[in-house]
Design a protein. Structure first.
Length: 170
């Protein structure tokens, strides 16, 4: 699969089959997350792989009742690590770690798509309550929840703005 095809054909999936993900694919998803670029190669990010239905149900309660979070066989909670502040100050905490997590998630979503999996990036949740539900240490802040599984839907491509509207050349 060409990367541009994966980028164009990947969709946000909110309905999942009740089918587990093989361990070799889980390993590929983990590798995609850790091999993404990061500021100063500090890798100031942490990913919580949630398989427990009970924990996923708690995440649903703190994420606007988006029940598909619990329906996916795997839900990944992506966190920034504020210890980056030691090297990069507030900019590291407020920007670099978010960029690091974002690059990791996009790479993982493309690897998931290549493996026939679907995923969706969720940002609508209560950070403090998700942190409590996962017993996260104070240096970790959840910034995304990503359910992953075999799609039970095939959404069509949403409209995009034109290249001319999105990109300016100088």
């Amino acid at each position: 699969m060409k990367i541009i095809d994966a980028v164009k054909n990947r969709r946000s999936i909110r309905k999942f089959q009740r089918k587990s993900i093989p361990e070799d694919i889980i390993r590929d998803l983990k590798n995609a997350l850790i091999w993404a670029p990061s500021a100063g190669n500090l890798q100031a990010r942490k990913f919580i792989f949630v398989f427990s239905h009970d924990v996923k149900s708690r995440l649903v309660a703190h994420a606007l009742r988006q029940s598909f979070i619990a329906d996916a066989p795997l839900t990944i909670v992506a966190c920034t690590d504020s210890r980056i502040k030691e090297k990069y100050g507030e900019r590291g905490v407020n920007l670099y770690t978010i960029q690091d997590v974002s690059a990791s998630i996009m790479g993982m979503m493309l690897v998931a798509h290549e493996a026939g999996l679907g995923s969706v990036w969720i940002g609508a949740f209560d950070e403090a309550k998700v942190s409590d539900a996962l017993n996260l240490p104070h240096n970790l802040t959840p910034v995304a929840i990503v359910p992953v599984g075999y799609p039970a839907e095939s959404p069509s491509a949403p409209p995009r703005v034109s290249i001319q509207d999105a990109i300016e050349e100088v």
